[in-house]
Write a protein that binds this ligand. Structure first.
Ligand SMILES: [Zn+2]
Length: 441
């Protein structure tokens, strides 16, 4: 499932031959890129999104259809390849590859549309393919973490940032809690970032800082992506069992295909929560907190989810679009009205779904926009609020919203998931040498 994530973030840019490749502002102007005939589908997809004019949009990107392989560069007659050394520019290598200035500019422009050339480092490898007559056919820049920037020229030009084929590895670990969950994870060689995941998801249900007396037990299931034997990116937690001596909590996080977090207490479902972004992790809880920008302690009216710029955001419940546009602090946002005087609000977006308009009905799970950093925001994330009679309620623990979609039936849905997670945890803990995960984070 991890691999599908990587497929989804494969970015493709169809470049109109020399035109766009030569334009210095190509990355900035991205969402309005002229598309060639080879990209009709992409064009439809792209124009369905309204770019936020005040925000510098991300590099031109469109998710490749799931399961589709990126185009393979032609088997060129003349191949040139070398790793970049200290102090060298891309242009130096392109000249050494025997390219004329116009071709050098074409390659540099194409690569720059998918990769920030200021990030060029020694060790990155450039490969150039030409015909025996010297016509430029393709260029590939291999950057860190196995990512390849691939530019193909000729009849169907394309520039792609191709993530590596990663191996998704599932791991399990257990720890006895002494003074803190963080210290326990650290001592057991389990990624310590999971302490934050646990605290955020249990906020409102259990105050971990208060209930811990030492001797509590914790068991976790998580995944990491590897390229050869290196860990790439952040590990993600899937399932946790926490025994607080008398009370046992189990938490199931949503994976890349799911949006529902579930918390069980002593085996029965305590709460379930539909989140607006698939697989995303909570990064800030509801309630009083120190404001990241203003520094003062303020009420945080919603939940924050960490996600990359451009990640799709979906409606957590069906309703009617009440507002779409900019609001001070919130930036570009969408507000949906639901039954029983409930509303949900999605803020700091980079784009809203242009197919939607105010007053229109929207279904649960429908895309409403893309993650951004508009308004008062320091980095791309989604701010999500649930309001009841105009007052914000804690989205994670307030069940009113999820009750709107036939509570009991939804509650009994997919009971197997927790059983599967328990089995996987048990099996992995038995087969895997405890503490042998090796890598510390
Ligand atoms: Zn927020």
């Amino acid at each position: 499932m991890r691999l599908r994530y990587w497929t989804a973030i494969v970015v493709i840019v169809i470049v109109a031959a020399v035109g766009v490749a030569m334009r210095k502002d190509a990355p900035v102007d991205a969402p309005r890129l002229p598309m060639d005939t080879a990209s009709e589908d992409l064009q439809k997809h792209d124009t369905a999104w309204l770019a936020d004019d005040d925000l510098l949009p991300p590099p031109p990107e469109t998710a490749m259809p799931e399961g589709e392989a990126p185009p393979v560069p032609p088997d060129s007659d003349v191949m040139w390849s070398r790793a970049i050394e200290q102090g060298e520019s891309l242009n130096v290598l392109l000249a050494e590859a025997g390219l004329e200035p116009v071709d050098r500019a074409t390659v540099a422009g194409a690569i720059a549309s998918a990769f920030d050339l200021r990030r060029l480092q020694p060790g990155h490898r450039l490969t150039v393919g030409k015909t025996s007559a010297g016509t430029l056919e393709h260029a590939v820049l291999e950057v860190e973490d196995g990512v390849r920037i691939q530019a193909i020229f000729g009849a169907e030009p394309s520039v792609l940032s191709i993530p590596p084929e990663l191996e998704s590895v599932r791991l399990a670990g257990e720890a006895s809690i002494g003074s803190s969950i963080y210290a326990a994870l650290d001592a057991a060689g389990i990624p310590t970032r999971f302490a934050t995941d646990l605290e955020l998801v249990l906020a409102g249900s259990v105050d971990l800082r208060r209930v811990l007396s030492g001797g509590e037990h914790l068991r976790l299931l998580w995944r990491e992506n590897r390229l050869d034997s290196r860990v790439i990116g952040e590990p993600t937690i899937d399932f946790a069992e926490i025994d607080l001596g008398g009370e046992r909590y189990e938490i199931l996080w949503p994976d890349d295909d799911a949006v529902r977090t579930k918390i069980y207490k002593d085996g029965s479902l305590l709460l379930r929560f539909d989140q607006p972004i698939k697989g995303a992790r909570l990064s800030s809880p509801f309630g009083m907190r120190k404001h990241p920008i203003h520094g003062s302690t303020r009420m945080h009216r919603g939940l924050d989810f960490a996600a990359e710029l451009g990640t799709p955001v979906q409606a957590t419940q069906s309703g009617r679009i009440a507002f779409m546009g900019r609001r001070l602090g919130y930036g570009l946002m969408v507000e949906i009205e639901h039954a029983d005087d409930m509303r949900t609000l999605y803020a700091h977006l980079s784009a809203v779904n242009e197919a939607l308009e105010v007053g229109q009905r929207i279904g649960k799970g429908e895309e409403i926009g893309r993650v951004g950093s508009t308004g008062t925001s320091t980095a791309p994330h989604l701010h999500y609020e649930v309001l009841v009679n105009d007052r914000p309620v804690p989205p994670l623990t307030d069940e009113r919203l999820s009750r709107l979609s036939g509570g009991a039936a939804a509650q009994s849905a997919d009971p197997d998931v927790i059983v599967t997670a328990r089995d996987a945890l048990e099996r992995l803990l038995q087969t895997q040498e405890v503490g042998a995960q090796g890598s510390r984070y």
